[in-house]
Design a protein around this ligand. Structure first.
Ligand code: PAF
Length: 282
């Protein structure tokens, strides 16, 4: 596996592959890799000649008081995992390499970024959209692979790629879960064992919403209340939001008719967790 820290290094490898007419699938990550990331890597391997992974804890997507400083970092372990998974190139730039001077360019999709997580993490999706745009411009992959757990993020990326005519296919891979249903996340590492048990409430709440819809409840707000009520049953959990939205536009669904995305953000102790469930409603 090539370990590359500079943009020039990535570009030089990219040129070599173009000469050989070989394709690249990029998996952008912030490291602290778990099985969910490895699933993205495996999927990427099915879609291109080489799999490239970026590990960059992007400061512009963390707000003041968020966990940028304490975000889990374990580059050595990540490197080993990726090498055994057949990854061809790891791009691990410094902050200075990615942001040599304060940027003045923004990538903003207010309609998609304003609600759900965006309502509680102002600036977060502008940071994500900017860094992903930069990573796509740097690596110029044929495919970029993201996880469905961060649904709002993937919807924003799909849309920015479409709007900016970026020559890349966006592949979104289903969420990988622990045996008890908890969505895998680097932030699960923050949970105490009691909180870890309590965290299963996210799945229960989403399923309560699904059951309500399958039982005939079509009022989006009422579905959100059903999800919230399930979260409220768990003493260690504090709901941030429950949403029933259109999976593409992320706009709230007054009436749940066809496709719906149910999403939650919950604090379990001091840790903020998110999860979602995509439903086809007949
Ligand atoms: O999902 C993540 O890990 C990050 O938001 C991403 C897409 C790598 C951008 O920093």
């Amino acid at each position: 596996m090539l370990n590359v820290t500079t943009i020039a290094g990535v570009r030089s490898r990219r040129r070599e592959l173009w000469q050989r007419a070989q394709t690249v699938a990029l998996v952008p990550t912030m490291g602290a890799l778990h099985d969910g990331h490895l699933r993205l890597v495996d999927r990427a391997g099915e879609l291109a000649d080489e799999v490239w992974v970026s590990i960059f804890v992007n400061p512009t997507q963390f707000g003041p008081g968020e966990d940028f400083e304490r975000y889990p970092r374990d580059l050595e372990r990540d490197r080993e995992l990726l090498a055994t998974r057949g990854v061809a190139l790891l791009f691990n730039p410094s902050t200075k390499e990615m942001y040599p001077r304060p940027g003045v360019t923004t990538v903003d999709l207010p309609e998609l970024a304003g609600g759900m997580c965006g309502a509680f993490r102002p600036g977060h999706f502008q940071g994500v959209a900017l860094v992903v745009t930069k990573l796509l411009a740097i690596a110029q992959p044929e495919v970029a692979v993201f996880g469905a757990k961060d649904w709002q993020q993937s919807a924003i990326i799909r849309r920015l790629v479409e709007d900016l005519n970026l020559p890349v296919r966006v592949e979104v891979v289903p969420t990988v879960r622990e045996a008890d249903g908890l969505a895998m996340s680097s932030r699960n590492a923050y949970l105490t064992s009691q909180e870890r048990q309590a965290a299963t409430v996210l799945q229960r709440a989403l399923h309560a919403g699904e059951e309500a819809i399958r039982g005939g409840l079509i009022d989006g707000r009422a579905v959100e209340r059903r999800i919230a009520a399930t979260v409220a049953e768990e003493p260690l959990a504090r709901l941030q939001y429950a949403a029933a939205v259109d999976p593409d536009t992320l706009q709230p669904l007054g009436t749940v008719t066809r496709r719906a995305l149910l999403a939650v953000a919950v604090h379990v102790g001091a840790t903020r967790l998110i999860d979602n469930l995509l439903l086809e409603v007949s």
